[in-house]
Design a protein around this ligand. Structure first.
Ligand code: CO
Length: 132
């Protein structure tokens, strides 16, 4: 497995419009695109910062993992995503090493790309996303 770069850093907010107030107005970032991720019950806004992006995430259902995170811990840093060469071989390697994952198989992330999430219990308390 080889991590190629930080793909994006995700921040969970109760309201994307409100969240954008700070990132656009105070720090001068621009929204590249917005997207709904039905599988993850969220909407996201992507703001490029060089080769990386800031991902503002808002839950769309009270039952989603994202909504539970927000209710428990409030808005803030949610996950860090690294780009990998091949998601299937990465998944197999992680499973072989006994690393705890959120899902057994890749799910659809932003842009329809296949992603997997490493459980924070296996990653120093940080939710880690890996994308192909
Ligand atoms: Co993400």
């Amino acid at each position: 497995m080889r991590l190629l770069r930080v793909d994006h850093i995700a921040i969970v907010v109760p309201d994307i419009e409100e969240g954008l107030g700070f990132w656009q107005t105070a720090l001068g970032l621009s929204v590249d695109h917005r997207e709904e991720l039905p599988e993850q019950e969220t909407i996201v806004a992507m703001l490029p910062v060089g080769a990386t992006e800031l991902e503002l995430v808002q839950p769309t259902a009270d039952t989603s993992g994202m909504a539970r995170f927000l209710a428990r811990r409030g808005p803030g840093l949610h996950h860090i995503c690294f780009k990998v060469e091949n998601i299937e071989t990465t998944l197999a390697e992680l499973k072989a090493r006994g690393i705890r994952l959120i899902h057994d198989e890749p799910i659809a992330g932003a842009g329809g790309r296949k992603v997997i999430f490493v459980h924070p219990k296996s990653a120093c308390g940080v939710l880690v996303e890996l994308v192909e």
